[in-house]
Design a binder for this molecule. Structure first.
Ligand SMILES: [Zn+2]
Length: 277
């Protein structure tokens, strides 16, 4: 029997439909297989599950900063060739911007009670006002770090002579307070290291000290209570500290930081060897 032209078309259509259904069935057997990016979705395909929620982006500057640190961390160096890690599994606590007549004695007392050594990055002007606190830091067996004369955030970009003069003036104040003290490190305010400032510090016998963990204890967002601030600093340090980390914090004018470390020092001690650098 000869099929009419219209019957041939119907048969052809049925054949196409069967091929299509077979393909669908095969696809349904492998639901976990990732869809080919170029495949067009079938009209009757079930709706694709909603995309996983994406974390809100961090501020661009912060994200950029973290990226720089991450890349540098892989290379073992921070900005300007500065140091990011302790070079061992030990963790180092660093306290900046002091000495502070109210807070520095408190952190020194806590560290002494816990038999922990730390590194103090001192601002020359504060050293000149409170030389007795520099002697207490040295007597406690802690490590000294030059943090410029007046916390100049732009020092690294100034002429070499200005950089040298600032670092020398700060070291002179520290040595006037504690004549035989070794000043092992330099830390640029804000972490604003440049190759020039790192090189000059090296010529003066100081290693450049960046950090791996920054709990932003200096930041006091509007509306954050003291308890919230302390909880944030504690959570950040506990979450971010890993073997070899250098942790940045501030003893100058940061009473909540000192309070946070009453919790943090015992917590860290259980997990890491804490060292002065
Ligand atoms: Zn500072």
């Amino acid at each position: 029997m000869r099929l009419s032209r219209s019957n041939k078309l119907v048969l052809f259509g049925v054949a196409l439909l069967m091929v299509g259904l077979a393909g669908r069935a095969a696809a349904d057997e492998t639901p976990s297989a990732p869809s080919h990016p170029q495949a067009k979705p079938a009209i009757s395909a079930p709706p694709t599950p909603p995309a996983k929620p994406v974390k809100p982006p961090v501020k661009p500057t912060e994200a950029a900063k973290q990226k720089v640190v991450t890349i540098s961390a892989r290379q073992g160096r921070g900005p300007g060739g500065s140091r990011l890690t302790t070079g061992s599994k030990a963790v180092a606590l660093t306290f900046d911007d002091g000495p502070d007549p109210a807070q520095t004695p408190k952190i020194l007392q806590l560290l002494a009670q816990q038999h922990v050594h730390a590194t103090f990055c001192l601002v020359g002007q504060n050293v000149a006002k409170h030389p007795e606190l520099v002697r207490q830091i040295v007597a406690g067996g802690h490590t000294l770090c030059n943090h410029t004369w007046s916390h100049d955030l732009k020092l690294g970009k100034k002429p070499a002579a200005k950089i040298k003069a600032d670092l020398a003036r700060t070291n002179a104040a520290i040595r006037a307070a504690a004549p035989n003290a070794k000043i092992r490190y330099f830390r640029a305010p804000g972490g604003n290291f440049t190759p020039a400032v790192v090189a000059i510090a090296k010529q003066m016998g100081m290693g450049s000290l960046y950090w791996k963990v920054d709990p932003r204890d200096w930041d006091h967002p509007e509306g954050e209570t003291h308890a919230q601030h302390r909880a944030r600093v504690i959570a950040k340090v506990e979450h971010s500290t890993h073997p070899g980390a250098i942790v940045l914090s501030h003893d100058y004018a940061q009473p909540d930081t000192i309070a946070a470390y009453r919790t943090l020092v015992p917590w860290l001690k259980k997990r890491y060897k804490l060292i002065g650098l």
